[in-house]
Design a binder for this molecule. Structure first.
Ligand SMILES: Nc1ncnc2c1ncn2[C@@H]1O[C@H](COP(=O)(O)OP(=O)(O)OP(=O)(O)O)[C@@H](O)[C@H]1O
Ligand SMILES: [Mg+2]
Length: 441
């Protein structure tokens, strides 16, 4: 049972709404215009409402003016559901931007009204069991490598030990485990951090362009080479070069790199003058290089040059201890970027994160939380806001995968369009109800 305020200039509608909400056991107060409504919201804590229904189109003080007057800070604590007979996307979008929780298009079913009220109230209660204030002060370095698990502790130690020397390091791990971040961390921890960190994605360019990119070329070295170009190795002089995705290198470039790894020397394309540089080489791949060597797709001699010291990044599913810290970290940075004071997540939602296998690892966690923050409208993240990326799950057969997709898609529609999910899905209400029953939603 909660205290609900209805702000609407239409008396008959107000009364009908009040009646049905009272029947549900709520305490209802009413205001006939925006100004009066604002006063009721700004009362002392004991008489303040827990939820507001706000009409957008009113003669005195329009709905959006009320939202503006409340400011986003108050709105985070107080859900406001706006109502409009003018069901244009513009007013709705504007209201949502101003911080409204949701909106109802007039005329609406009284049943929708009750459901939405319940949902909004459940949401503010859920905010109360959030996992603690996100610590924004801690965000000095947004690109900090985090982890509390023993496995990550090993990685930190190894980075610490490797920071001083010039050893070539091969960083391996599944996609999204933080290989690039480890490379930056290692560079920043080393004396070479005074010099540049140059990153090259070896998979991003076709062979001939990659060659020019790495080693540079003289003016006129080939058609289209109109200027002299300094390659990435030269640019990295005095610092570190990070060769990402080395598993994708062609045989020819592999051969050229072998020489650079041996004696740090090379020639620009179209030149016979040998250049020698002072660079530390870090390489990364999510491919199994040993297997590529066995298949003759990767030169064994080059493999040994790269694999002097190896940092293995464990998949996220093998270090559940890190999940909560990473979640907190991403939520704080999302909050900070969006000017939200605190973005929380319920313990049920956190459980759901723990139960998932994270085939896309930390990057997938980050993306999932970004999406969830959009679905929750910047409010406490509930488990229904967490929609996982299906594309990696190969442990299902086709029928199961399609069923899973359907379930997630329906959940998605429910979260985004709580009032008319069937419309978003393009199916009839009957069909929608049938599916809800079938999938137990
Ligand atoms: N331990 C960590 N602490 C904080 N952030 C992390 C951590 N690991 C990864 N991230 C973040 O996750 C994202 C993915 O990391 P990164 O790009 O380093 O992964 P990757 O292993 O290079 O992935 P890919 O193989 O797909 O290139 C980045 O935004 C990175 O900042
Ligand atoms: Mg990477």
């Amino acid at each position: 049972m909660a205290k609900i305020l209805i702000i609407d200039d239409e008396k008959a509608l107000r009364q009908a709404m009040a009646q049905i909400l009272k029947d549900e056991g709520h305490d209802v107060i009413e205001a006939g215009d925006g100004e009066q409504g604002l006063k009721m919201i700004q009362q002392d804590a004991t008489s303040r409402p827990d939820l507001v229904f706000l009409d957008l189109k009113m003669p005195k003080t329009q709905g959006n003016a009320v939202l503006k007057a409340l400011g986003s800070k108050t709105l985070f604590e107080l859900p406001v559901i706006v109502m409009t007979a003018y069901g244009t996307s513009r007013t709705a979008i504007e209201a949502m931007q101003l911080g409204a929780y949701d909106y109802l298009t007039k005329p609406f079913d009284l049943e929708d009204l009750v459901n939405l009220a319940q949902k909004a109230l459940a949401h503010s209660q859920a905010s109360a069991e959030q996992i603690g204030e996100a610590n924004i002060q801690n965000l000095g370095q947004p690109e900090e490598l985090l982890g509390r698990s023993p496995k990550m502790a090993e990685v930190f130690k190894l980075i610490g030990r490797l920071a001083q020397g010039n050893t070539t390091v091969l960083i391996v791990g599944e996609s999204g485990t933080g290989k690039e971040l480890v490379a930056s961390t290692l560079h920043n921890a080393s004396p070479r951090s005074r010099g540049p960190l140059v990153k090259v994605n070896c998979a991003a360019l076709p062979e001939h362009l990659l060659e020019a990119e790495l080693f540079g070329h003289e003016k006129g070295a080939f058609t289209g080479a109109n200027h002299l170009r300094i390659g990435r190795f030269e640019q990295a002089n005095g610092g570190t070069i990070f060769l990402d995705e080395v598993g994708e290198l062609s045989q020819i470039i592999q051969g050229k790199l072998l020489r650079v790894l041996q004696d740090k020397s090379f020639e620009r394309l179209g030149s016979n003058q040998t250049k020698t540089v002072d660079v530390r080489i870090l390489a990364a791949t999510n491919r199994n290089l040993e297997q590529l060597v066995r298949l003759n797709q990767f030169r064994e001699d080059l493999y040994y040059r790269f694999n002097v010291v190896r940092i293995e990044l464990p998949p996220l599913r093998d270090r559940p201890e890190d999940l909560e810290q990473l979640t907190q970290h991403f939520l704080s940075s999302i909050a900070l970027r969006n000017g939200i004071k605190n973005l929380a997540i319920t313990s049920t939602a956190l459980e759901k994160l723990r139960d998932y296998a994270w085939p896309g690892n930390v990057r997938e966690l980050q993306n999932t939380l970004e999406r969830a923050a959009v679905f929750s409208g910047g409010r406490t993240i509930l488990s229904e806001h967490l929609i996982f990326n299906q594309k990696y799950q190969m442990n299902l057969n086709l029928e199961q995968a399609i069923a899973q997709l359907e379930i997630n898609f329906i959940r998605h529609a429910l979260a985004l369009y709580p009032q008319e999910p069937h419309k978003a899905l393009g199916i009839s209400v009957e069909n929608f109800e049938q599916k809800k029953k079938q999938w137990n939603l």
